[in-house]
Design a protein around this ligand. Structure first.
Ligand code: NAP
Length: 267
């Protein structure tokens, strides 16, 4: 039987890599998208195949360079995925960037703002549009694809969607905007049997948070999160697998916090 197919953006490193590995372990073929780090992408792809083999599953993983912020790249990425594996059962909008320099909102410039909007918002928005159309085309042809589950679109946002960090306002604004993607596409795609979800990670140990590791070590130690540890890419990957394998069959448009309880208000 054919494996279900997942397209994971930004899967060469960090949360995307952890998600690709968990999906491989659940029997998905994986398209490992990356921006520039080809060797990391190759490593993820071969680790995916090895991860599945451990549990006796035979999956395929292929890499594809594409900048999600560039229209032509998004089209090429979807074309590559369909030519390589056929129908896409799951899109994970994970690729995203933090500002190169954290700057006070009274000083921060437009260049970084435009970069955040292009990669963190416009990229996933229009990639979702492309993949959704391909999923609808398949539904119209009466094919349910390889997966016995509903097709899914999962977007990785951030606690920054609702938390004000005044030294990276551009990132916060981009993640707040990204959070509207899920209700919009969930409402539009339900009639085609496509489930749309947002995962909101907390503080996760990746290259992105490397530069602020000591600060966050201290904050977590001081009780910032009820669950007193860093999150891992695997924590996010497990949540994606739960959604992808239909653990929430009567839900769509949901936000799932994977943040050690950061979002809780306590008194
Ligand atoms: P990361 O370690 O910096 O990895 C970023 C990944 O995205 C890499 O695979 C990178 O590819 C890829 N990428 C960057 N720009 C891209 C572009 N324009 N087109 C395609 N791929 C691109 O980041 P991360 O911490 O795993 O974060 C992943 C997502 O989770 C982001 O959306 C981030 O905002 C979000 N998030 C992270 C945290 C956290 O604490 N780490 C918390 C909340 C949300 P290359 O390897 O080729 O550069």
């Amino acid at each position: 039987m054919k494996n279900p197919v997942a397209l994971v953006t930004g899967a060469s490193r960090g949360i995307g890599r952890g998600t690709a590995l968990e999906l491989a372990g659940a029997g998905f073929d994986v398209v490992v998208n990356y921006a520039g780090n080809e060797s990391a992408a190759r490593q993820t792809a071969s680790d995916c195949v090895a991860r599945a083999a451990v549990i006796g599953r035979n999956i395929r993983a292929k890499i594809c360079q594409a900048d999600v912020g560039v229209s032509a790249d998004r089209k090429r990425l979807v074309g590559f995925s369909r030519e390589s594996f056929g129908d896409i059962d799951l899109l994970v909008n994970n690729a995203g960037v933090a500002p190169a320099v954290r700057a006070d909102i009274l000083e921060a410039g437009e260049e970084s703002f435009d970069r955040m909007i292009s990669i963190n918002v416009k990229g996933p928005y229009f990639l979702t549009q492309l993949v959704a159309k391909a999923m609808i085309e398949r539904a119209d042809q009466g094919s349910s694809g390889a997966s016995p589950c509903r097709a899914k679109i999962v977007t990785i946002s951030s606690l920054s969607a609702y938390t004000a960090s005044v030294n990276r306002g551009d990132y916060c604004v981009s993640k707040a905007a990204l959070s509207m993607l899920t209700p919009l596409f969930a409402a539009r795609l339900a009639e085609f049997g496509i489930g749309v979800f947002e995962i909101r990670p907390g503080i996760i140990a990746t290259d992105m948070t490397g530069p602020v590791k000591e600060k966050y070590d201290r904050l977590i130690g001081d009780g910032l999160t009820p669950i007193k540890r860093w999150g891992t890419p695997e924590d996010i990957g497990k949540a994606v697998v739960a959604i992808a394998t239909d653990a929430f069959p009567f839900s769509t448009g949901e936000v799932i916090n994977v943040d050690g309880g950061f979002h809780l208000r306590t008194l």
